[in-house]
Design a binder for this molecule. Sequence first.
Ligand SMILES: Cc1cc2nc3c(=O)[nH]c(=O)nc-3n(C[C@H](O)[C@H](O)[C@H](O)COP(=O)(O)O)c2cc1C
Length: 211
Amino acid sequence: MDLGDIRREYERAMLSRAELKGDPITQFEAWYRDAEAAQVAEVNAVSLSTVDADGRPTARTVLVKYFDADGFVFFTNTGSRKAADIEANPHVCLLFFWQPLERQVIIRGAAEKVSRAETMRYFARRPRGSQLGAWVSRQSSVISSRQILAAQLESMRRKFADGDVPMPDFWSGYRVRPRDVEFWQGGRDRLHDRFLYRRAADGWTVDRLAP
Ligand SMILES: Cc1cc2nc3c(=O)[nH]c(=O)nc-3n(C[C@H](O)[C@H](O)[C@H](O)COP(=O)(O)O)c2cc1C
């Protein structure tokens, strides 16, 4: 299948240095709010890339549940492939593509587990079905059928029928602490605007990159 004739001009907006915020988190927050306002679907969905101990990359989507000056936090199973990758090599990349706004944000940095107390605070906010679901899946392992999952869910339902669902000890938040962040705004004739924030000793440097 030849996709060579698919072509789109990006003409919604431009990004200038003058409008950039002083740090990438504040800049990200402004763009995040724009994406929310534009009703971008799955606005907090991000592509997370990791590499394994042999340097082989894998990407997958996760949901960022909160972010602040310390970084971007997602939750996952600590037995999963991504968790094993991060254990072997904490350097990861997060990529948001907000198509309706013709914007992309790429965050690179190191991921680390958040504390158990912090993970528990988020776990408590999850709906009961998601809490039970966290118990059921040994994420990324091979399974023989879907029936196994349904049976496990049922058995967890019975096990925790009376009272709160405890947090599995194989579940955790991970915080990606940005080392550099690129903001990309699609431009006419492929002359896109790209600005790269890099962490410096006392704050951030910002450079414009060629598209
Ligand atoms: C929109 C979307 C959101 C997702 N959010 C999460 C998430 O927050 N945490 C998670 O562990 N998996 C999430 N997944 C599933 C992952 O993409 C992936 O299949 C799973 O985490 C196993 O990845 P791994 O085998 O590379 O560790 C999401 C998938 C999609 C499509």
